[in-house]
Structures are given as structure tokens and as C-alpha cells.
Design a protein around this ligand. Structure first.
Ligand SMILES: Nc1ncnc2c1ncn2[C@@H]1O[C@H](COP(=O)(O)OP(=O)(O)OP(=O)(O)O)[C@@H](O)[C@H]1O
Ligand SMILES: [Mg+2]
Length: 421
């Protein structure tokens, strides 16, 4: 009857005031290797169950003192014994008794006199169920703790991501502040020269005027005095004018650094056609130097964006080639290619001029970095381009340049800022 089921691993508690009735069953179970414990009344059965933790309890119904129903009720009410399955053994065969037994928490019942086969079969079923239940419980607990662990890990991850994002925001802010600080210092430095020169020239003119007026008042203006004064007046006013022009130009370029989209007009346009218009506006300068500018790329690329900003980028790149890449006698080839890339735009601009040495390449996007200050360069052109590309278009700009071969700028503008069709 036991089949391949192994009773050996189990402890069975029998609560019966007359266990002799069960003699055959007890010796059979012991024969299969189970540990069989016997209690002769409900009270001692309850205590035994609590400390011995049997796998199953066989419980007689009719006992003196507390009967089986009450014993079962107490077993089920106690946290240490509530899990242990109880099988009633009863001489009572009435339907009501069976229902009552099951109602107080028994899992099954066998009727007396006990039939060994039946008892073993029922005990086996419940022990198996009990084992399965325990396995399930363990797996459940494992699953629960795994889920809890995952939730904790996820929480930690989310917090870490949030911290990282905060740190990133702070970094960007402090970088922006540092850049602003540099810019302000640069502005002050750049503007102080022309303003200082203007002040000097104006004060010379003021002094000379004073002397001249005195001579007029005294009524003896010599020709030489007049000529000296007109000469100083002319040269000073020229100096003032040219230096204030220079200061004005500087102020204009500083304004461009603070790229303000609110004044720019957004509209739908064909990129290549628009770039051609920008190039045409630069033709006079290109013709002067006899350079060639080739525009290639996707004719059908239409975007909704700020054409003015794109024009600023391209104009700066082209004027840089004209200003820095070639000797006056050289004939350059400038090329611009525009393509759709990952729903955004890829713009490649290159010249075949002198190139930029590697140690300078890192600095060219910094404000006020210029190798042409003596020729009126302020070093803001590529800084403006950089701000336009990365801030206004959320894009990327890279430079690739080799001395003696030329310079290439690779610009990618992502879809989000363009509404590419
Ligand atoms: N196409 C190029 N070929 C060689 N050098 C270049 C080229 N473009 C830029 N550079 C170098 O990068 C520097 C920075 O360029 P940027 O446009 O920022 O300033 P700039 O042209 O000197 O002055 P600005 O544009 O403010 O009038 C230039 O001074 C030059 O040394
Ligand atoms: Mg420039």
C-alpha cells in the first residue's frame, strides 16, 4: 500500500485514549520507518504537538476530558500547531459528526474500526500534500524575498539615477556660469582697448581745444597754431571714430553669443535651397578670393526650424575658411554637403586650406580664442557656432583637421529640433 512513498521521513502523532485499538496501524507505520508518538488525552496531545511538531496528527473523537473536536479546535487556534494536518479517527459515522470534524479544521477522517489500507492511503495523501505545501511555501517565500530585493534594487537604482541627473544639472549650471564668467571677463578685456584709446584721443582733443581757444581769446592765432590744431582735431576724431566702431562691432558679436531664439523666426524651408541662398550672399567675398564653393546633398530635405540660425552657422564656417585657411594667392575648394541622418540632419563642411594644428583644435570653440587678433578677429565666431549647434539645436559639432590638408566640420542636428519631413 505504501508504494514507493517513504514514510521514514515523517513523524506521526496519535491522540487516542485507547491506542491499543490502533495496534496494527502503529506497528505498520513503525514498520515503514515513521516515528510514531502517542498521547492518551487531548491535553497532553496538544502539548506534544506543540513541541514535537509532527507532520500529521491522527485524532480520536471520543475521549474523556476534552474530546477530539475541542482538541482539534485548540490545535488550529495555536500558531505552533495550526499548520499540522489533522485526520479524525471516529466510531461515529453520522454525517453531522463528519461535517463538524471538518468544520473545526480537520483535513480528513477515517472510521473505526480502522482498516489499515485505508488509513495508510489517507495518511500518505496528506503527508504528500503537506510536503507539497511546504515546498510551495518555501518557493513562495523565495519569490517574495526576490521581489522585495528587486523592488529595493529598483528603488536604489532610481535614486542613483535621480542623484546622477541632479549632479549633471548642477554640472551644466556651473559650467554655464563658468562660461558666462569667462565671457564677461573677455568682453571687458576686449572692449577696454578701443574705449581706452578713444578716451585718450578725446582728452588730447579737449586739451588742444582748450589751448586753441585761449589763443583765440588772446587774439593772436598764428597760422602754425591753426594748422597744428586742425591736424590734431582730424587725427583724434578719426581715432575716436574707428575705435568706437570697433567697440560697436564687438558689442554686436557679444549679442550674438547670447543666442536668443525669441527674435528668430521659425518656418518651414528646404534646407539645400536655403543654404544655396546663404552661399549666394557670400559670393562677393568668395569671388574676391576666387575660391570655389560646392554645395551637394539631399534636394528634398524640408524642415521646420530657424533658418536664421542655420545661416549664422554656415556664414561663420565659410568666413573662417576665407579668413584663416588660405594665403591670398591660393585658390581654395570649399564643400558643403547636407543629408538626412537618423531623421535629423548631417551637415559636413570642409575646406582644403592650411588646417588647424591639434593643440589648437581643442580651443577653437572657446570664446575669444583667435589666432587673428591683429587682423580684427575676436575669437567668437566658432563659439557662437558651438552654442547654436549644441543649445539651439541640441546637436553636436566635431572638427577634423590636418595641417596642410584642410579642415572639416561635422555637424549633426537631431530630429527633435527640426521637425524633419
Ligand atoms: N577653416 C579654418 N582653417 C584654419 N583655421 C581655422 C579655421 N576655422 C577656424 N580656425 C581657427 O580657429 C580660430 C577661432 O575661430 P573663430 O571663428 O572662433 O574666431 P576668429 O575667426 O578668429 O574670429 P571671429 O570669428 O570672432 O571674427 C581662428 O582664429 C583660427 O585660428
Ligand atoms: Mg571666425
Amino acid at each position: 500500500m505504501a508504494g514507493d512513498f517513504n514514510f521514514r521521513d515523517y513523524t506521526i502523532l496519535i491522540i487516542d485514549d485507547n491506542p491499543n485499538n490502533l495496534g496494527v496501524a502503529v506497528s505498520a507505520l513503525e514498520g515503514f520507518g515513521s516515528t510514531v508518538l502517542v498521547s492518551r488525552n487531548g491535553e497532553s496531545g496538544l502539548q506534544r504537538a506543540a513541541y514535537a511538531q509532527p507532520h500529521i496528527i491522527l485524532l480520536d473523537v471520543l475521549m474523556p476530558d476534552i474530546d477530539g473536536f475541542e482538541t482539534c479546535r485548540r490545535l488550529k487556534a495555536h500558531p505552533k500547531t495550526e499548520q499540522i494536518p489533522v485526520i479524525f479517527m471516529t466510531a461515529l459515522t453520522s454525517h453531522n459528526d463528519k461535517v463538524r470534524g471538518l468544520a473545526v479544521g480537520a483535513v480528513d477522517y477515517v472510521t473505526k474500526p480502522i482498516h489499515l489500507d485505508e488509513l495508510l492511503a489517507r495518511v500518505k495523501v496528506h503527508l504528500q500534500l503537506c510536503t507539497l505545501n511546504q515546498t510551495l511555501q518555501t518557493q513562495n517565500n523565495q519569490l517574495k524575498s526576490e521581489i522585495e530585493q528587486r523592488i529595493t534594487t529598483e528603488k536604489v537604482l532610481t535614486e542613483t539615477i535621480e542623484q546622477l541627473q541632479n549632479a549633471q544639472r548642477q554640472l551644466i549650471e556651473s559650467e554655464k556660469m563658468a562660461a558666462l564668467g569667462n565671457l564677461v571677463a573677455g568682453v571687458a578685456h576686449e572692449i577696454s582697448t578701443p574705449i581706452g584709446t578713444s578716451i585718450m584721443a578725446a582728452s588730447t582733443l579737449a586739451d588742444e581745444t582748450q589751448t586753441f581757444l585761449k589763443a583765440v581769446e588772446e587774439g593772436h592765432i598764428k597760422r602754425s597754431v591753426l594748422s597744428r590744431y586742425t591736424h590734431v582735431a582730424q587725427s583724434s576724431s578719426k581715432l575716436v571714430l574707428s575705435n568706437l566702431h570697433r567697440a560697436g562691432d564687438l558689442v554686436r558679436s557679444f549679442k550674438l553669443v547670447a543666442v536668443d531664439q525669441s527674435h528668430q523666426e521659425q518656418r518651414e524651408f528646404n534646407v539645400k535651397t536655403y543654404l544655396q541662398e546663404v552661399i549666394n550672399s557670400l559670393r562677393p567675398q568668395l569671388k574676391n578670393a576666387k575660391h570655389q564653393l560646392l554645395l551637394t546633398g539631399d534636394d528634398s530635405l524640408i524642415i521646420t526650424s530657424y533658418p536664421g540660425l542655420l545661416a549664422q552657422i554656415v556664414t561663420n564656417l565659410v568666413t573662417n575658411s576665407l579668413m584663416h585657411a588660405y594665403e591670398p594667392s591660393e585658390l581654395g575648394l570649399l564643400q558643403m554637403d547636407v543629408q538626412k541622418k537618423h531623421q535629423g540632419i548631417r551637415l559636413i563642411y570642409s575646406d582644403d586650406g592650411c588646417g588647424i594644428p591639434p593643440e589648437q583644435q581643442r580651443k577653437i570653440f572657446e570664446p575669444f580664442y583667435t589666432t587673428a587678433r591683429h587682423r580684427g578677429g575676436t575669437g567668437l565666431g566658432l563659439h557662437i557656432v558651438y552654442n547654436l549647434v549644441t543649445q539651439s539645436f541640441s546637436g553636436k559639432i566635431e572638427v577634423d583637421s590636418q595641417v596642410g590638408k584642410g579642415t572639416t566640420f561635422l555637424i549633426t542636428l537631431p530630429q527633435e529640433s527640426l521637425n524633419v519631413e
